[in-house]
Design a binder for this molecule. Sequence first.
Ligand code: F3S
Length: 696
Amino acid sequence: MERKKNGSADKGSDSGIQRRTFLKGLLAAGVISALPWKSSAAEKDNSAQNGKGKNLYQKIIGSHLKTGEMVPGSEIGITVDHTLTHDLLGVMSYLQFEAMGIPSVRTKLSVSYVDHNLLQDGFENPDDHRYLESVADKYGILYSKAGNGICHQVHVDRFARPGWVLVGGDSHTPSSGSVGMLSMGAGGLDIAAAMGGGLFYMTYPKVMRINLNGTLSGWASAKDVILEVLRQLSTKGNVGWAIEYGGTGLPYLTVPERLSIANMGAEAGVTTSIFPSDDVVRQFLKAQEREDQWVELKPDADAPYDRVININLSALEPAVAFPHSPDNVKNVTQAGEIKVDQVLIGSCTNSSYRDLMVVAGMLKGRKIHPSVSFGIAPGSRQVLTAIASNGALADLVNAGARILESGCSFCNGSGQAPQSGGITVRTSNRNFTGRTATLDSKSYLVSPETAVATALTGKLTDPGKLGLAFPKVQMPDKFPVDDSMIIKPTGKAKIVRGPNIGAPPINTPMPSSLKAKVAVKVGDKITTDHITPGGSINKYRSNIPKYAEYVFRDVSPKFVELCKANKKEGVASVIVAGLSYGQGSSREHAALCPMYLGVRAVMAHTIERIHMANLINFGIVPLQFTKTSDYENIEEGDELAIDNIAGMLEKGAKTLAVRNISKGTVYSLKLDLTERQRNIVRRGGLLNYIKETIKV
Ligand code: F3S
């Protein structure tokens, strides 16, 4: 991995000529099949839009399909090979699994990771960890201990398999798409169902082929690729799509780079992202002592795609996502002068061996700017071991980095909050308001290369401006494999439950008619962080009555009180929202806590995929406006009625009439649910439904 210092690498400069010679050597050796500046392969890919072959989704879903048709927009049910959970959301998932009464998991592999709440600033987090460990032991689940690493990094390294299916209780589960695994984020209750042997239900997606052509040059890196994708797609309007990457540039993208790209497809709101399983994947699995798990998986030459986008990697420059959305992207050179207080490198997007070796190479023999607080969280114990044994860790420490624990750390708001009004530059994937745990801070998302340049200068800086040579980084032939912190189950443990862990609340069946009041009206792009904030209150995720006190804390502080008052009055509460409601994290708490407070309906322009599933799973009816004027007409406090809602759900109505008693108007809202989903909502949620449908 050697880069030219600045600009295009391939046009006549010394390093460009070296790179071309190197690539020609790879071609001659048969490691690659085409030179990236020869565009014919990419053009052939582009023309394959309506062919009769199969794309990657058709191949993997086709081999796991149990119900439904592979037609975009149709609900399908597929078998699940792997599940993963993490401690922040996993406790609810396992409590729900316990409630199903199933003796052990029925997947090929289920892994419980502890990576989010590692601060243990009180008994709550360690109690969660003990509970998770004991549940894993009892039900046949692998338990990845605190300190072993971030779930997505570890899963890609140690478990992900090309052509298999993974569902994970985290929206960045598509990271495993980097090795050709169909991997999707889902709510905790869906994970519990999959662990119990249930099918995973999803809407069959439209497939977007993104061709990555050419090679990255100058200081652009994988993060800049996904920021470019986000610049083009934005964070809204992509529900129902899945991305398949291809193009002539793939042979030059390592698995960790592919992971960074697949990971942040979540920010675009797509169902998932996937790369083919090629020789790069084989080499990676070999270095992880898993070559026997490799299979080649590529789309047919005439595979069909619903949309094709071409990105010329050679033309990309270092980019930055401005506050407060990952699609607010500019090139760093156009960002202007921004003085920064804090730089943090890590998260599941950018904490791999590749990333930290580039960071160490840039920092070697240099000191970070005195006014910057600079932290690095390696993605896993394996990454930390590798950089410790080759001396790179010393380069980081000598430069002035604070080495943070291998885990989510700052990305999750667990520590490293910026100062009041602080400017923070991060390699993570989300920069929503409040995600840093300091409400008035501003968070900018960049590549590790740009983060280092910024840490060295104290202001947002294009790494190409520093006059450094791009560090030479060789991916290891063999990673330091040591799974001793992944505990195998014995089936003997007794479940240990601390006082902060409460049983998950269960909804009641939908009443025949619904009387409700609007408890909040919000705008577009409300994230699950807005609904259920993170930071220091994360430790209450296992205690729903307590955590529910914080719903919409930073958006509508009176929401909880209004819901309680509505409950006292004997009426339900309703949330009214604009576009892309519920984007971001997959946390089911954003549905579970409102349900606990008495919310029975969400009325929005559009609702993001995972959140929609979570609302259904907790018996909240998701309704979509058909007219903008209806959204404009409705106000907080309005009294609403939906007559015969249970009967309409049973009948399969596609619209519901909502009477606004306060305004004297009637709205017709779309009810876009399958029969299975209608039955779940009618029964008051998936837990009630599942007890009747899964055989124990
Ligand atoms: Fe963790 Fe942040 Fe990824 S919280 S799973 S590192 S998005």
